[in-house]
Design a protein around this ligand. Structure first.
Ligand SMILES: *Cc1c(COP(=O)(O)O)cnc(C)c1O
Length: 393
């Protein structure tokens, strides 16, 4: 059998492996000899499981400067985003029915808003500047007397662009507009302090931060209180906002992951940004490539590049040893160019011929150098095959 070459994993923005310390924190909650009981049960094993869930809640809260009682468990950021947006609109104490969001939001925010449009809610999808930034002024201009909610991500998952949430939040608070922020890519990457930044609702995910898949949380501010209609009805768990037996092991894992992230935040961010910059320094030796998103307002772990003169599909096919995301999202049969890069003004061809490199705790300088060499070799080779491109490789 031919040896299968090792794949270099540079897709940490898609998901991360579970940290061994996180796994260790999860295992005691699964088996008969451990704390497997239902955290809602009224007996000693149940109380122990409940105590673990509450300890994890405090750990998650601590990373973002929240109170434990403001953290509502969910299955991930997709569910958190759905609960925040649909829940706020459905609770609708004011009767207002307009949302302001951006074209570059994660699919689960865009599609939730599109769904609400079919239910009569007005949605303004803002177009960011070419560098990916949505200015606070642009958001304020889009507000109408009917606007109930603004939903904007802190860090974009494709480009790493960081929005100025801290500047926008108080402006929305002054105007009585709810502010939801998808922080799935921001938590543990940038410092977040909700005591200082008056965001009302904030979505979190465990598996982007070395925790398990299938666990997440929605921060719901208590003062002033953000009110939501539940999207999952049942036993009234999570203050009635999200019913369902708590996944004790998942939540213990998310708590451990967030606690670890709080301790490692500065060190991780500096190390990863250093490697990301090293990757960019190598790759930029290639002519005719474009970095997507503002490099000055970029989270430490993401580098998104468009390559002129190559075809997206051929580039991906030429790089089987590299696990990165591409500028196109595969939907059943068709490969559509990234709507995020399109919103930044990239052509279909350039959006398609893009790679998102995302780095994490496991990334080494040797991997970065190897990945850069592979990409440069393949881009030069593909350009040399093209009759239109052969003049310059
Ligand atoms: C991954 C991601 C999500 C979805 O999170 P899940 O926990 O996988 O549901 C939402 N928003 C952003 C920005 C993400 O990166």
């Amino acid at each position: 059998m031919p040896e299968v070459p090792k794949v270099i994993y540079l897709d940490y923005a898609a998901t991360t492996p579970v940290d061994p310390r996180v796994l260790e924190a999860m295992l005691p909650f699964l088996q008969a000899q451990g704390e497997f009981a239902n955290a809602s049960s009224w007996h000693r094993p149940g109380f122990k499981a409940r105590a673990a869930v509450e300890a994890a809640r405090a750990q998650v809260a601590a990373l973002v400067g929240a109170e434990a009682g403001e953290i509502v468990w969910t299955s991930g950021a997709t569910e958190s985003n759905n609960l925040a947006i649909k829940g706020a609109i459905e609770f609708n104490a004011t009767g207002r029915a307009h949302i302001v969001t951006a074209r570059t939001e994660h699919k689960c925010v865009v599609d939730t808003c599109r769904y609400l449009e079919t239910r009569g809610v007005g949605v303004s999808f803002l177009k960011p500047a070419a560098n990916g930034i949505v200015s606070p002024e642009q958001v304020l201009e889009a507000l109408t007397p009917d606007t109930l909610l603004v939903s904007l991500m802190w860090v974009n998952n494709e480009t790493g662009v960081v929005q100025d949430i801290a500047r926008l939040a108080p402006l929305l608070r002054e105007r009585g507009v709810l502010f939801h922020v998808d922080a799935a890519q921001a938590a543990g990457k940038l410092p977040i302090d909700l005591r200082r930044v008056p965001v009302d609702l904030l979505s979190l995910s465990a598996h982007k931060l070395y925790g398990p898949k299938g666990a997440g949380a929605l921060y719901v501010r208590r003062k002033p209180r953000a009110r939501l209609a539940p999207q999952m009805h049942g036993g009234g768990h999570e203050w009635g906002m999200r019913s369902g037996t708590l996944a004790t092991h998942q939540l213990a894992g998310m708590g451990a992951a967030f606690e670890l992230a709080a301790r490692r935040l500065e060190g991780d961010a500096a190390a990863v940004a250093g490697l990301r910059d090293r990757l960019w320094q190598r790759l930029r030796e290639l002519p005719r490539i474009h970095r997507n998103g503002d490099p000055a307002a970029c989270a430490p772990h993401v580098l998104n590049i468009s390559f002129e003169g190559v075809e997206g599909e051929s580039l991906r096919a030429a790089l089987p040893g590299l696990a990165v995301s591409s500028g196109s999202a595969c939907s059943s049969a068709t490969q559509e160019p990234s709507y995020v890069l399109r919103a930044l003004g990239r052509s279909d061809d350039l959006a398609n011929a893009s790679l998102r490199f995302s780095l994490g705790r496991g990334t080494t300088a040797a991997e970065v150098d190897q990945a850069a060499a592979m990409v440069m070799e393949k881009v030069r080779w593909l350009r040399s095959l093209s009759p239109l491109e052969a003049w310059e490789v």
